[in-house]
Design a protein around this ligand. Structure first.
Ligand code: AMP
Ligand code: ZN
Length: 499
């Protein structure tokens, strides 16, 4: 079965076939870097990350491009207000976006920046004007003439019959149902940043950025274009109008939109003030892996309601997966293999694939891995009780299923602590000490023992135990526990890992 994806353009689930054999070209609208991104934004970025990972796991060679909107109305306004250049204003938030993406194990796409493509945008607009799709107004702004593009509305399925030719809107984000000619290029305003170009001084509108950069990186027709559901109209509708008017070819073939992350039934957004950044959650003591898990739990076409209970439950799911792997890799089993465990692993891999092929049903893929965990843990319990329900040769297939799962979901690597420590340090340099919770301090605050120090303490603990000095060995164990080290006794002797 091929991958099936919902295409906003056709409003149907379709088989996904790239234009060019095995090669997938995809584009996602990236962040507007006027502030830190919130976890609603990251819901969309994580959804596209899962798609990217799954396409590659399915054998595709993928070129994935994302833009960084480092010029728009808000950025221009804020940088003018702070008396700094656009680049100076956005640098911090570009870095923050890259750091937060890495914190959430989002693989980095090819990144392109709007401010590095201003000339190409001006050229594109000049072409549109030549073809009659754009016109200049007295102040030196340029608008797209919607009346020249009869297919306008085909993505958002809005009916624009009866629109007034020439009615204009110069805001980048507008939610009016009636179509207006939208700004391609905005004439300079006193005190605000602008660029000189072949069509005169000014700055690009938001929509033109994505048309220009996606086609430059991926060609006039490419496979898939992604973003959050709020971008369907006007942003993506306008991208289609600009691009297809210029080239006469179909722009993106599949349109992938992630539904919103909600807080108490409302869209998480900056303007409503009901948002959390990744950093806010870590400052409260939550692990990055819990946040990633939470964001992947609900399939991308369903709304995801954010709650702190959900975040706590996510932490426990991740812990179960990590414990399972620890159990598999730290125990010794008798030689040979059971057919039951190999079969279980194979079935799980097949179930995960068919779930993800089904329009990225992440919830079903997670259910499959947890079924495997339940069954394998029962067998491991029996093995520990001396039965041969799991043998050495079963470890590899079970690990293989777990790793396949983790190629997509990416929560197994136990690296929360250094990531949390980095955010703790950041909060201190930003003067946000008041927001640092005791939970965060407990996990990331203390100077971490090195692996070698842990091994030394463990050896001392063992030596004390062998000498029947239980007081000393208990004290050492308590010290390790306080340092976040979990010590476990296995048939093979003592093993340890970090909490
Ligand atoms: P922005 O930085 O505002 O341009 O948004 C970056 C991405 O986040 C876009 O794809 C938006 O559609 C998406 N987005 C914004 N708010 C949410 C939300 N509450 N849930 C999911 N995605 C969102
Ligand atoms: Zn875009």
């Amino acid at each position: 079965m091929p991958l099936r994806l919902y295409n906003t353009l056709s409003r149907k689930i379709e088989d996904f076939h790239p234009l060019d054999g095995n090669h997938v070209r995809m584009y996602a609208c990236g962040p507007t870097v006027y502030d830190y991104g919130h976890i609603g934004n990251f819901r969309t970025f994580v959804a596209v990350d899962l798609l990217y990972r799954f396409l590659r796991q399915s054998g595709y060679d993928v070129r994935y491009v994302m833009n960084i909107t480092d010029v728009d109305d808000k950025i221009i306004r804020n940088s003018a207000h702070d008396g700094v250049t656009v680049q100076q204003y956005t640098a911090k938030f570009v870095d923050a976006f890259l750091e937060d993406s890495a914190t959430l194990n989002i693989e980095q796409p090819v990144l392109v920046r709007a401010t590095e493509h201003i000339n190409e945008m001006a050229n594109f607009i000049a072409e549109l004007e030549k073809k009659g799709f754009a016109y200049r107004t007295d102040d030196g702004s340029y608008y797209f003439r919607i009346a020249k593009f009869p297919e306008y509305g085909k993505l958002s399925k809005k009916d624009f019959a009866g629109m007034t030719d020439g009615a204009r809107v110069d805001l980048d984000e507008y939610d009016k149902d009636n179509a207006r000619d939208f700004a391609l290029w905005k004439a300079p305003k006193p005190g605000e940043a602008s660029w000189d170009s072949v069509i005169g001084p000014g700055r690009p509108g938001w929509h033109i950025e994505c048309s220009v950069m996606s086609m430059e990186e991926l060609g006039p027709s490419f496979d898939l274009h992604a973003g959050g559901e709020d971008l369907i109209f006007p942003h993506h509708e306008n991208e289609i109008a600009q691009s297809e008017s210029l080239t006469g070819k179909q722009f993106a073939r599949y349109w992938f939109h992630a539904r919103f992350l909600l807080v108490e039934g409302q869209k998480m957004s900056k303007s409503l003030g009901n948002f959390f950044t990744v950093r806010d959650l870590v400052l409260r003591g939550h692990k990055p892996s819990s946040v990633r898990w939470l964001l992947t739990q609900v399939p991308y076409r369903n709304q995801l309601n954010f709650t702190f209970d959900g975040l706590t439950a996510a932490a426990s799911s991740v812990e179960k997966l990590r414990n399972f792997r620890f159990r598999l890799t730290s125990n010794q089993f008798s030689a040979g293999a059971t057919s039951a465990m190999a079969q279980l692993a194979d079935d799980t891999i097949a179930r995960m694939k068919s779930a993800l092929d089904d329009d990225l049903n992440t919830a079903e893929a997670q259910a499959a891995i947890f079924d495997m965990l339940r069954k394998a843990n029962t067998a491991l319990d029996a093995a520990q009780a001396g039965q041969n329900n799991v043998r050495q040769g079963d470890v590899q297939p079970l690990l293989c299923a777990l790793n396949k799962f983790d190629e997509i979901f990416c929560v197994l690597k136990d690296d929360d602590r250094p990531k949390m420590k980095a955010i703790l340090d950041w909060a201190r340099t930003e003067g946000r000490e008041k927001e640092i919770s005791s939970e965060l301090l407990e996990i990331a605050g203390s100077a971490q023992l090195s692996d070698e120090q842990v091994n030394q303490k463990l050896a001392a603990m063992e030596a004390a135990r062998k000498a029947r000095n239980f007081k000393a060995s208990d004290a050492l164990r308590a010290e390790l526990t306080a340092e976040g080290i979990i010590v476990e006794n296995t048939k093979e002797g003592v093993r340890w890992r970090r909490k």
